[in-house]
Design a protein around this ligand. Structure first.
Ligand SMILES: *Cc1c(COP(=O)(O)O)cnc(C)c1O
Length: 373
């Protein structure tokens, strides 16, 4: 117990069980190790899980986003609006299609885009919206979808962090025209690297299947530029085993999150995650804010936790409009003040399924302790 108490609690940890190992072994022994029947079966199960008609497996979340924007026919001369407070891939995928990036600022309580600001970005170049369900909480889809419908825009959901989360009872991946998931090692379910695009639209499904395979539409016939974004059966075997466990994984994340919220509710100067009542979060991250009212600086808070064996993460330390290759689109410091403020205040605490209830107690006790010194 003593020993256990001193062990470091990491911010993330992939869970690989006997099911994943056996499934990989079976694929390796089968002789079909690149894309084949295991991938196809995974796609069927994944679509069913999300409640979408189709799922197209690719080899990363970034590939899923790129494929979705290609399906939406986004190209040169078009613009796409997204969040300035997300992982770089949400925005880079827009550049991969040679379109330009627009941003709207985020809401302080959910870290997701503020739908009221979309109107300001509307012009004749605007083609699509890439929404991000940051940390696992779905964005405001009722308002976003209705704005998109009125203005003939396509909505791409970056659901890379929100597998299994719901909005008004409907799972992510089936909330918009196109959904994008990542199966990277640290995500709620994973296949080391991997991704999935979901859609109810048959034409999009066909475009995606072609796009992930060099634009192929028949034997040595190509309709345009495509890529090699194929998932392999080796990784689809891992992904399928993980899909069978995702509800259990998410339940443990949710329990950990509730226990953290309960334990930390009285700490002055810390803002805890807030999940709106019409949605659930997959708690990909449990992100708190260290506000100026807190006893210590964020950096001090982090080092005190790390010294005491508790891992932390900053997602994300810089809003996207501060990066040089994105700044080029005409952004400057101060353009998205909420995103900038959040980047300075956020800290993620361990919430993943390997974190036990005792670990959570230790995290809570440690935070309360350091908040009083
Ligand atoms: C992980 C992630 C991606 C990219 O997924 P990869 O599989 O790493 O390419 C994109 N957007 C968000 C919000 C993510 O968290």
């Amino acid at each position: 117990m003593k020993n256990n108490e001193r062990s470091f609690i990491p911010i993330s940890k992939p869970i690989v069980g006997i099911e994943e190992k056996q499934a990989v072994q079976k694929v390796l022994d089968s002789g079909i190790i690149a894309q084949g029947p295991v991938t196809q079966n995974f796609e069927e199960e994944f679509a069913e899980y999300c409640g979408s008609k189709f799922a197209i497996a690719v080899n990363s979340g970034t590939a899923a986003l790129h494929t979705a924007l290609a399906c939406a026919n986004v190209g040169r001369g078009d613009s796409v609006v997204t969040s300035p407070f997300t992982f770089i891939a949400s925005a880079n995928s827009i550049l991969m299609q040679n379109a330009s990036i627009k941003f709207v600022d985020i809401l302080e309580d959910t870290f997701n885009i503020n739908p009221e600001l979309l109107e300001e970005e509307l012009d004749s170049t605007l083609k699509a919206i890439v929404t991000v369900d940051l940390f696992g909480q779905p964005a405001d889809y009722e308002q976003i979808n209705s704005f998109a419908k009125q203005n003939d825009l396509i909505v791409v959901e970056d659901a890379c962090q929100s597998i299994g989360a719901t909005y008004q009872g409907q799972k992510t991946g089936a909330l918009t025209d196109l959904g994008c998931f990542s199966l990277y090692a640290t995500k709620n379910m994973m296949s080391a690297e991997g991704g999935v695009m979901t859609t109810n639209n048959e034409d999009f499904m066909k475009s995606a299947k072609s796009f992930r395979q060099h634009g192929m539409v028949g034997p040595y016939e190509y309709s345009g530029l495509g890529f090699n974004y194929r998932m392999t059966d080796v990784l689809a075997a891992i992904a399928t085993a993980q899909l069978h466990k995702i509800d259990e994984f998410n339940k443990l994340r949710s329990q950990n999150a509730s226990q953290l919220i309960e334990g930390l509710s009285e700490v002055e100067g810390i803002v805890l995650p807030r999940i709106k009542t019409d949605r659930t979060s997959s708690f990909h991250q449990f992100t708190i804010r260290i506000t100026p009212e807190y006893r210590h600086s964020r950096e001090k808070f982090i080092s005190m936790l790390n010294e005491r064996g508790i891992g932390t993460g900053i997602y994300y330390p810089r809003p996207l409009h501060h990066y040089d290759h994105i700044k080029e689109f005409g952004f400057s410091q101060g353009d998205f003040p909420v995103a900038e403020k959040m980047a300075n205040e956020v800290v993620a605490l361990p919430v993943h399924p390997s974190v036990t209830s005792n670990d959570i107690e230790r995290i809570v006790d440690t935070i309360i302790e350091v908040s009083n010194v």
